[in-house]
Design a protein around this ligand. Sequence first.
Ligand SMILES: Nc1ncnc2c1ncn2[C@@H]1O[C@H](COP(=O)(O)OP(=O)(O)OP(=O)(O)O)[C@@H](O)[C@H]1O
Ligand SMILES: [Mg+2]
Length: 176
Amino acid sequence: MAVREMVAARPKMPQNRGQRKGIIMENTNEMSLEFDSRSLNEGFARVAVAAFATQLNPTLEEVADLKTAVSEAVTNAIIHAYGKKVEKIRINCCVREREMEVEVVDHGVGIRDVPKAMEPMYTTKPELDRSGMGFAFMEAFMDELQVRSEPGVGTTVWMKKKFGGRSGQRDLSGDA
Ligand SMILES: Nc1ncnc2c1ncn2[C@@H]1O[C@H](COP(=O)(O)OP(=O)(O)OP(=O)(O)O)[C@@H](O)[C@H]1O
Ligand SMILES: [Mg+2]
């Protein structure tokens, strides 16, 4: 068989769409981080998530909103979940089309009454000059917010934001 015929007869390779071990994955891009619950890591966490969001070509305002929300969730994990102890905080991010999901997970004390904790101006640490506005900011700056928590087990804050942004989002399907 001539080389040209062999080339013509070869099976067509599917475009790389996150295909792994025979399973067709969704057209998503994921990132996870785990770090110590030290207040100096709050800045690192919000910048890392903002850097991951650059693939969506966000506006400055969208980046600022995302950073504020991440900062509030991570600060809560540092201060409320673990108090004086240093334990691990995990952030899971997933970009899908024009949306980004961010999950901030701790294994700290947990929250007994989540709806109450999410009320604006509710805080259990007024002595630390907390204003009780963290969840209100997360709600305001992201499109969706869900809080799952169990006392003694920990808390997961899940947020989603849709980016209108500037044109020219990178096409994930073309990536290696
Ligand atoms: N990860 C967490 N683990 C345990 N408790 C939490 C956690 N996140 C929030 N909470 C509880 O929910 C309350 C409300 O949180 P929120 O972030 O709205 O306000 P705050 O942290 O008290 O004040 P601010 O965020 O304005 O400094 C907290 O006071 C705390 O009791
Ligand atoms: Mg807070």
